[in-house]
Design a protein around this ligand. Structure first.
Ligand code: SAM
Ligand code: SF4
Length: 326
């Protein structure tokens, strides 16, 4: 049974964050220091996360993406994923990671039933990568990508946030990876998260990214799968991987939005950029399946038609992307 919101959009995708902790500090996502760690009791237990997943799947969600923070830093994640992948009705289980721990964990993640990995990688230059992530080691991510394929995953999708003056000179290098390594690349527009008044200076629209690629390559439009959501996907003829753009800021996005989000502390959100959130704890502690189903349905029904971050007069709200899960 399809889960529809009030604008007729099919909502089939849940982004479930399992932690707000991270072993990196990407400058666009988390502050350098002063991140207050959530206490153990504030973070949802795996049982609570499984209850949310089961309830959402009963309502019509078909795809779950595990995110964070960095999901692979949470103890017990592999066993949790094994239980999650076994739930009836789950057609697609994906995980987004910064890739640092993949070399050690890829085989276990594959065995646990994760079907697809997205790896966030914003630069192929060790120095730039280290600057963006405030100290990350590119070599570890690259060996994680190899380990994922050796473990039996399709070439991971690479999420790349393109920022003017930071990594925009690498757009074609990433596009080349769809030919040379078969990875699909998702170029994500930089979104205002960490509090910065002149955040617009980093913004490059998806259109501009495509124009740069089109100067070297012909791009064919690609048909999207059932869970693809708001990305627009293309392919360089002959490439195994596709090139997608997620134009979260410049537009053409909200009308195809198919997702809801739940944070690791149990806050459910219908829209990444809306202030509206619903605390699920009253239906989790103690567990109340019927109440939880009703409240999740309400979040879908009240999902806003669109965000307003690209409109004049938008005042930037401070939120940490690592808490919401991207
Ligand atoms: N730690 C994991 C990772 O980096 O893949 C999962 C969580 S991270 C919050 C999920 C995604 O959000 C990443 O692909 C990251 O690049 C993206 N993200 C974080 N802050 C962003 C921002 N300000 N603008 C655009 N994308 C952002
Ligand atoms: Fe951590 Fe991912 Fe945020 Fe980078 S984008 S700080 S890896 S949660």
């Amino acid at each position: 049974m399809a889960l529809l919101d009030s604008y007729g959009r099919t909502i089939n995708y849940l982004r479930l964050s399992v932690t707000d902790r991270c072993n990196l500090r990407c400058f666009y996502c988390m502050p350098k220091e002063g991140v207050v760690k959530k206490g153990h009791a504030a973070v949802l237990s795996y049982e609570e996360l499984l209850l949310i997943a089961e309830t959402a799947l009963e309502l019509g969600i078909e795809k779950i993406r595990i995110t964070g923070g960095e999901p692979l830093v949470r103890a017990g994640i592999v066993s949790f994923l094994g239980k999650l992948s076994a739930i009836r009705g789950l057609r697609h289980l994906a995980l987004t990671t910064n890739g640092l721990l993949l070399a050690e964990m890829a085989a276990d993640l594959h065995k646990a039933g994760v079907q697809r990995l997205n790896v966030s990688l914003d630069s192929l230059n060790p120095q730039t990568f280290s600057e963006i992530t405030r100290g990350g080691d590119l070599k570890r991510v690259l060996s994680g990508l190899d380990a994922a394929e050796q473990a039996g995953f399709p070439p991971p999708k690479i999420n790349c946030v393109i920022m003017r003056g930071v990594n925009d000179a690498e757009i074609l290098d990433f596009a080349d990876k769809t030919l040379s390594h078969g990875n699909s690349i998702r170029f994500i527009e930089y979104m205002p998260a960490a509090k910065e008044d002149d955040w617009q200076r980093y913004c490059i629209s998806g259109e501009e990214i495509l124009e740069q690629i089109a100067e070297r390559y012909t791009l064919e439009q690609v048909d999207k799968g059932p869970f693809a959501g708001p990305s627009r996907d293309f392919r360089i003829p002959g490439a195994r991987g596709s090139i997608g753009i997620i134009t979260a800021v410049s537009g053409h996005f909200c009308c195809e939005c198919n997702r809801i989000r739940v944070t690791s502390t149990g806050q459910a959100k219908g829209c990444l950029f809306s202030d509206a959130k619903t605390d699920l704890l009253p239906w989790l502690r103690p567990p109340d399946r019927e109440g939880l189903a009703e409240v999740l349905r309400r979040i879908v029904t009240r999902k806003p038609e669109r965000h307003n971050i690209s409109q004049d007069g938008y005042t930037h709200k401070n939120f940490t992307m690592s808490q919401v899960g991207g």
